[in-house]
Design a protein around this ligand. Structure first.
Ligand code: TXA
Ligand code: MG
Length: 539
C-alpha cells in the first residue's frame, strides 16, 4: 500500500485526512500524548484494519476519540456525574474514561467488552481531523503491536509506512506517554493505566481513586485483567533491558563495570558514565522523563544496543506512568546490586523526621543522623579547624577549640560566608555519612535511613535509592518547632518562611509521609518498608 504523507499546517490536507477516514481508511495522526492510528470508530470493517496494520490482538480494545463533549452521549448508555466532573477538569487532554457502551459502538472497537474508552484530545491537529472526519475515531498508538509507542513522525513512519493510507506529519508529542485510563464502571474509580494526569489530580476531583495492581506488577498467570492492554508484551525495544533499583551513585558504579552494555540514564548521570548511554530526562522531572522515554527506547534500537541497564524512575506523580512503561519494556526485570535500600529522609523543619526515624528503626532500619554527625568532633578535626580559621579568622578558635557561636555568627552573616563554611564542612560530613553507610552495609543491614534536612543541597540524595519526604501542615510544624526549639513566634515563623516550598520536596519524593496524625504513622510506614524488603527477598 502506498502511504501518503499529509502536513498538519495545511487545512486541505487535514480535510483530506478526514475524507480518507470517513471512507473507512487508516490515518496516523499526532496527539498530545503519542501518535495514534485512527479509523472510523463506528465502522467495524475500518476498525478491523487497525488490528491488522498493527498486528494487534483482537481482544485489546481501542480508545474512541471525540472532539466535542456532545459526541459522548450517543456512545454510552449512561454518563455518571463523576464522568462530567472529569471531563470538565481534564478534557480536552490526556485522560481516557471508560463507561458502559451503547449499541452504536461495535464490539470490534470495544474488544468484545460492554464498555468503551473515550478521550477528547487537546492537540489541535487531532481535533481538526476528528472534526473533518465527522465521526468519532478509534485510535490506538501508531506503532506495531508490542513496540514502543511513537512520539515523533519518524517513529510512525518506520513502523507503519506501507501499512496505512496516510500519516499526518506533526511535531513531537508533548506528553510523551499515553493517556491516563480510568474506569468509572466499578464502585470506586480505578486507574487502569497511569499517564499525564496523575492520581493526585484525579483525587482532587473524585475523592478516593484506586490503582489497578497490574500497573506496577506482572499479572499472575490466568488472572482476569481489567484492562486487556496490560497483559501483552509492551513497549519492547530490541535490547534486553534491566532496571537497576539503586541510588544514582550505585547505578553508575554498576553500569560502568558492565561490558558491551548501554546505560538508559538521567541527564545528571551523564558526566560520570564510561559506557555508552541514552538519557531520558532529568532525575526529578517526571514530565521530561515521560516526554523522552519512548524516543530513548527508539534510540537504543537505532544504536543496536543489546544489553541495557536503566535508571529507576520514581513512582510518584507522572513518574508512575514512566515506571509503568519502563517496567514493561524491561519485561519486569529489576535488579538491586546492593541488595539493600538506602532511604533519604528529608523535609521541612518540624515535619516529623525524627519520629519517622524512630519507627523505621523499630522496623529494622539503621538510622544515620546527619545533624548529629554535623556536630560531631570527628568532623571538626585539626585540619578542618585550620581551614575554618583561614576562612573566618582567629576569633573562632580558643585554646585549640572551636567556638561554635562565634563561627555561626560570622558564617551565617552572608550567603557567601555560608557557602564558604559548607565548602569546608560538607565534604567531611558526607565522608562520615558514607563511612557509616558502608559500615551498615558490611553488617548486612537491608534498610539504611539517612536523616538529612539538607539531603538535596548536600548532594546526599545521590547515595539514596528512595527518598521519603516527611511533612506536616504549617500549623503543626509551627507548633512543633515552638515547643522543641524554644523560639519566639516571630523566630519560628521566620524559620518556616525560609524553608523550601512544599513542591520542592514533593517533586523529589518517592513517598510523601504526612505526620499530622502520629497515631497511624507506624501502620502507614510498615507496608512501605515491607514492600521494599519483599523486593529484596523475591529477587
Ligand atoms: O494517549 C492515548 O491514549 C493514545 C492516543 C493515540 O490517544 N492511545 C492509546 O491507545 O494509547 P492504545 O490502544 O495503545 O491503548 C488503549 C488502552 C489499552 O491498554 C486498552 O486495554 C485500554 O486502553 N482500554 C481500551 N478500552 C478499554 C475498556 N473498555 N476497558 C478497559 N481497558 C480499555
Ligand atoms: Mg499502545
Amino acid at each position: 500500500m502506498k502511504t501518503i504523507i499529509l502536513k498538519e499546517e495545511y487545512q486541505e490536507e487535514l480535510a483530506q485526512a478526514g475524507e480518507i477516514l470517513r471512507k473507512g481508511g487508516l490515518v496516523a495522526i499526532p496527539t498530545e500524548t503519542v501518535y495514534g492510528l485512527a479509523a472510523n470508530a463506528l465502522n467495524p470493517t475500518a476498525v478491523s484494519q487497525i488490528f491488522k496494520a498493527k498486528g494487534r490482538p483482537n481482544d485489546n480494545p481501542l480508545i474512541v476519540h471525540i472532539c466535542e463533549l456532545s459526541q459522548l452521549a450517543p456512545l454510552v448508555t449512561e454518563i455518571p456525574e463523576s464522568a462530567l466532573r472529569l471531563a470538565e477538569a481534564f478534557w480536552p487532554g490526556p485522560l481516557t474514561i471508560i463507561l458502559p457502551k451503547s449499541s452504536l459502538v461495535p464490539y470490534e472497537t470495544s474488544g468484545n467488552l460492554d464498555t468503551v474508552a473515550i478521550r477528547l484530545p487537546s492537540h489541535p491537529t487531532a481535533q481538526a481531523i476528528i472534526h473533518a472526519a465527522g465521526v468519532p475515531l478509534a485510535a490506538p498508538s501508531a506503532n506495531l503491536s508490542g513496540k514502543p509507542s511513537p512520539t515523533s513522525f519518524e517513529h510512525v513512519f518506520e513502523d507503519l509506512n506501507g501499512r496505512v493510507d496516510a500519516i499526518v506529519k506533526g511535531q513531537d508529542c508533548e506528553v510523551g506517554v499515553e493517556s491516563t485510563v480510568i474506569t468509572l464502571t466499578g464502585e470506586i474509580p480505578k486507574i487502569l493505566r497511569p499517564g499525564g494526569i496523575t492520581k493526585v489530580q484525579l483525587e482532587k476531583v473524585l475523592g478516593h481513586v484506586e490503582i489497578d495492581p497490574a500497573v506496577v506488577q506482572p499479572l499472575p498467570a490466568g488472572e482476569k485483567v481489567s484492562s486487556p492492554g496490560m497483559k501483552y508484551t509492551h513497549y519492547s525495544p530490541l535490547a534486553d533491558i534491566t532496571i537497576i533499583d539503586s541510588s544514582p551513585h550505585d547505578f553508575i558504579q554498576f553500569v560502568n563495570q558492565q561490558k558491551n552494555a548501554y546505560a538508559l540514564c538521567f541527564e545528571e548521570d551523564i558526566p560520570f558514565l564510561t559506557v555508552p548511554y541514552v538519557s531520558y530526562g532529568s532525575r526529578y522531572d517526571g514530565h521530561t522523563q515521560a516526554q523522552r522515554l519512548f524516543s530513548a527506547l527508539h534510540e537504543l534500537d537505532e544504536l543496536r544496543a543489546k544489553t541495557v541497564y536503566a535508571r529507576i524512575p520514581s513512582k510518584n506523580g507522572v513518574g508512575l506512568a514512566v515506571y509503568n512503561r519502563l517496567v514493561r519494556a524491561a519485561g519486569f526485570q529489576i535488579f538491586n546490586p546492593l541488595q539493600a535500600y538506602i532511604i533519604g529522609l528529608t523535609g521541612p523543619s518540624g515535619g516529623g523526621k525524627s519520629t519517622v526515624c524512630r519507627y523505621l528503626q523499630d522496623l529494622g532500619a539503621e538510622i544515620i543522623d546527619c545533624d548529629l554527625i554535623s556536630k560531631s568532633p570527628e568532623v571538626y578535626d585539626k585540619n578542618c579547624l585550620k581551614e575554618l580559621q583561614n576562612a573566618f579568622g582567629n576569633d573562632i578558635i580558643k585554646d585549640g577549640r572551636l567556638l561554635r557561636r562565634e563561627l555561626a555568627k560570622i558564617a551565617f552573616s552572608s550567603e557567601e560566608n555560608k557557602k564558604k563554611l559548607n565548602a569546608i564542612t560538607h565534604p567531611r560530613i558526607l565522608s562520615k555519612v558514607w563511612e557509616k553507610i558502608n559500615q551498615a552495609k558490611r553488617n548486612g543491614k537491608k534498610l539504611i535511613a539517612i536523616d538529612a534536612p539538607t539531603l538535596f543541597e548536600s548532594g546526599l540524595d545521590d547515595k539514596c535509592s528512595r527518598i521519603f519526604v516527611v511533612t506536616a501542615s504549617r500549623e503543626q510544624r509551627l507548633k512543633r518547632i515552638l515547643e522543641r526549639d524554644h523560639l519566639t513566634l516571630e523566630q519560628a515563623e521566620l524559620r518556616l518562611s525560609a524553608q523550601k516550598p512544599d513542591n520542592y520536596y514533593f517533586s523529589r519524593a518517592d513517598h510523601i509521609i504526612h505526620t499530622d496524625e502520629n497515631t497511624e504513622l507506624s501502620k502507614r510506614l510498615a507496608p512501605i518498608v515491607q514492600g521494599l524488603l519483599r523486593k529484596l527477598t523475591s529477587a
